[in-house]
Design a protein around this ligand. Structure first.
Ligand SMILES: [Ca+2]
Length: 120
């Protein structure tokens, strides 16, 4: 991460923290939004393989955490989330989940590839 991106990440609003293990364990990746807390329109993580255009910080293990996410916590109004097993909101949809998810369960375990987040 270059300095400019790091500064931007520091200024963003924390939306979601993904963890590699269930129960909010293992390595984590923090995703931050450019437009403040979640509202009813919310945010979309279209491609969790690249997160192009997003502010984010990850541990030294890097993007691996996102591809192996097994739990996540939500912040700043992003109470409602919908997971997808393919990019661009394709594949299997989880339907609306509310609040922190200590275990995303199959078929989403290690397979979240895109996500919608909003105020629910
Ligand atoms: Ca995992």
């Amino acid at each position: 991460m270059d300095l400019e991106k790091a500064q931007s990440a520091a200024d963003g609003t924390l939306l979601v923290a993904f963890h590699a293990d269930a129960g909010f364990g293992g390595t984590s990746a923090l995703i931050k939004g450019k437009d403040g807390p979640c509202d009813t329109e919310g945010y979309g993580l279209r491609d969790m393989g690249t997160l192009e255009g997003w502010y984010y910080t990850v541990d030294p293990v890097g993007m691996w955490t996102l591809q192996n996410a097994s739990s996540y916590r939500v912040f700043n109004g992003c109470n409602e989330t919908i997971m997808f097993t393919a990019g661009n909101y394709g594949g299997v949809s989880s339907g609306s989940r509310f609040g922190d998810q200590s275990s995303v369960g199959d078929p989403f375990n290690d397979q979240i590839r895109s996500m919608l987040l909003k105020a629910g």
